[in-house]
Design a binder for this molecule. Structure first.
Ligand SMILES: Cc1ncc(COP(=O)(O)O)c(C=O)c1O
Length: 382
């Protein structure tokens, strides 16, 4: 997509990249919600093996409150919601879901109500969820929040939960549009098929003014609900890019994601096997949204060394897993030009503030000598 700053929040007819035109169905429209193209720059990660050339694509900068990878999916999903005449959107996720926050904001931009079903612990499900991280944005923009416990979620499943809220809203005369967990269905997958076209174009600029290898050999990304890797791996496979996509799973195991991604790919009649086009690895560690001190220390170290702030739940685990894999399997990565996709999630970091507190830098009371004279203004505070 071209630079969209003038068309922000406009809906336009969608034209698929030439190499994706045989997929079906092709979305008819797309909303411009993300600030694109997102930058790509070299990334000198601490402890990166010398034989690897690492770059980062900053999809954390697709916007401000509407930031991260979910915005690319929402460009297609929200266009469909509007085309179907919806007056409200329902979606579902964890208590600090970035997808739910992005959906809440996008809905308000498009004048739609937003209903969020958020999963939390049994001990907290009857309490005010507070205003930490993504919740602050969701509640400020007036999203309706329904809390469910992890046990209820596991028992009933996300589809049943969204369907029952949908029925309730329909009985009240509303026209709801349901977006699945993480925006990961075949329609949302187009967001990252488009991103591949963006990378193809950027790659040309990068190779013309760098002395390194011309194209990316590998793409590395976090995987939470599967839509991002489905789009990236299918797009990379179909286009000239042909970079191998390595997905680091932060929740379920690789088999689950091979099957899930296969479903998304089949939903576009792509006729390829997920196992042939993606390399899915386990990076969940302690479990979804649970972070070890070592992982948090890594997030802190990367921020201090490179200025790039990873989130602890997704991109932090993916980058941590990538470095581990590079060091454990040097032959797999040697001489490769790798593009890491930063998928956002900064607001989720606030949820880890207590764990991070002992790791962050010192502060001190400034020492001002009594005799220092004033140089500027009148001495009034404001
Ligand atoms: C910040 C962030 N990164 C990565 C992901 C994973 O993307 P996907 O759900 O498409 O697998 C998510 C959501 O799940 C996310 O919020």
């Amino acid at each position: 997509m071209e630079n969209q700053s003038f068309g922000f929040l406009s809906k336009k007819p969608y034209t698929a990249p030439s190499w994706a035109r045989h997929l079906s169905p092709i979305p008819s429209h797309v909303f411009s919600l993300a600030h694109l193209p997102t930058p790509i720059h070299k990334w000198n990660l601490p402890n990166l093996p010398k034989e690897v050339e690492l770059w980062i694509k900053r999809d954390d900068t697709t916007g401000m409150q509407l930031s991260g990878n979910k915005v690319r999916k929402l460009e297609f999903l929200m266009a469909d919601a509007v085309a179907q005449g919806a007056d409200c959107v329902i979606t579902i996720g964890g208590i600090q879901s970035n997808h739910c926050r992005a959906t809440a904001v996008a809905s308000k931009y498009l004048n739609l109500d937003c209903y969020l079903i958020l999963r939390t612990s049994k001990a907290l499900v009857d309490k005010d969820p507070g205003l930490t991280g993504n919740l602050l944005v969701e509640r400020l923009v007036g999203a309706h929040v329904d809390l469910v416990s992890k046990e209820e979620y596991a028992k009933v499943g996300s589809v049943m939960l969204t369907d029952s809220l949908k029925e309730k809203l329909i009985s009240e005369g509303r026209r709801p549009y349901v977006i699945p967990v993480g925006g990961s269905n075949s329609l949302g997958t187009w967001g990252y098929i488009e991103a591949i076209q963006e990378i193809e174009r950027q790659q040309l600029d990068i190779s013309s003014d760098s002395t390194g290898k011309p194209g990316f050999d590998d793409i590395v990304v976090a995987c939470g609900s599967g839509g991002t890797i489905a789009g990236l791996s299918l797009g990379s496979w179909l286009s000239e890019l042909k970079a191998k996509v390595h997905a680091f799973s932060v929740c379920d195991n690789p088999d689950y994601f091979y099957n899930f991604t296969q479903g998304l790919i089949d939903g576009m009649q792509a006729g390829v096997k997920a196992r042939d086009i993606a390399d899915i690895l386990d990076a969940k560690g302690l479990g979804y949204a649970l972070t070890t001190a070592e992982e948090l220390e890594f997030v802190k170290e990367v921020a201090a060394a490179t200025g790039v702030i990873l989130d602890p739940v997704y991109s932090g685990k993916a980058a941590f897993g990538m470095l581990k894999d590079m060091n454990d399997n040097p032959g797999k990565w040697e001489g490769r030009k790798v593009l890491f996709i930063h998928t956002g999630g900064l607001l989720g970091l606030y949820d880890k503030a207590d764990q991070l507190a002992p790791m962050v830098g010192n502060f001190r009371r400034m020492d001002i000598a009594e005799s220092v004279p004033r140089k500027d203004g009148t001495g009034k505070m404001f």
